[in-house]
Design a protein. Structure first.
Length: 278
């Protein structure tokens, strides 16, 4: 399919036709995804061509990985998923995100054994990468689907781009930026706008998630120009303004304005969960 055909396909939002029955056992794995995002992840897995790996960055308890894997399995193409996370959760996080899904809680922050158990139905097509994503590298060849829910700081966002974006195949690979429009992570919009020559947005899903198509190789020069680490507040706000203009009218301008307001309310803060004011 050409990039224009892919854009038209996404404009029809075909993932909305995915049923709970199709998602099957993946829905038993706790996730912070909303219903439409779950459908999207399944559909993207289901329609993957199989030419490269699927990578899930920020897998938490495995919910997003499970939905992708179930979709990949139903698609019948060759597939393997790599899930990256620290695979830890404090007591509050376990109570908030695991208990409502009916998962028996433990008193341990280490949830890796739990993740292995939850993802056991797909274990033959899965590799878990525990640890700090900021120190992880990628040498596994082409990446067909890259789901990003780990760019919680500029350092992490830059490391993810440096390691994984060059493995994307122009005209074919997808990037799911789960928190793209989240006001507490403005560096994501800044990064992707700086890489506008390499990516086009395909769809806004639910509130924050935006899917991109890679359209050109992501070179070392492009990555250098897209670095967000070290930008001061004024530079970050100005770059958010460029993103607001670049992505209009597809993405709501008010969401970028909220990012700028969040930066002003939290001067110098560059950690998503610490940007609490505003």
């Amino acid at each position: 399919m050409t990039p224009d055909e892919i854009r038209r396909r996404f404009a029809q939002r075909p993932w909305l036709a995915v049923t709970q029955a199709e998602m099957g056992p993946s829905l038993a794995v706790p996730s912070m995804l909303c219903a439409e995002e779950s459908q999207l992840y399944h559909w993207i897995g289901q329609t993957a061509a199989g030419f490269g790996a699927t990578v899930d960055l920020g897998a938490f308890a495995g919910g997003s990985a499970a939905r992708l894997l179930q979709g990949l399995q139903s698609g019948g193409k060759p597939h393997h998923l790599h899930a990256y996370d620290r695979f830890t959760a404090n007591a509050a996080a376990r109570q908030r995100h695991l208990s409502p899904g009916g998962v028996a809680l433990t008193d341990q922050d280490d949830i890796l054994p739990l993740v292995r158990r939850l993802l056991a139905p797909w274990q033959d097509h899965l590799t878990l990468h525990p640890g700090d994503i900021a120190t992880q590298t990628w040498s596994g060849g082409a990446v067909e689907v890259l789901a990003v829910d780990a760019g919680k700081t500029p350092i992490l966002a830059d490391q993810i781009a440096a390691q994984f974006f060059p493995a994307l195949v122009p005209g074919r690979s997808l990037v799911i930026q789960q928190d793209f429009l989240h006001a507490s992570q403005p560096w994501l919009a800044v990064q992707m706008q700086a890489l506008a020559a390499c990516f086009v947005p395909l769809a806004l899903v639910a509130r924050d998630c935006v899917v991109f198509l890679c359209t050109a190789p992501v070179t070392a020069k492009a990555l250098h120009g897209a670095k967000t680490t070290g930008l001061d507040d004024d530079a970050l706000i100005a770059a958010v303004g460029l993103a607001q203009h670049s992505y209009a009218p597809m993405l709501p301008s008010r969401r970028f304005a909220a990012m700028a307001d969040k930066i002003r309310a939290n001067p110098g803060i560059r950690v998503a969960w610490q940007m609490r004011k505003g």
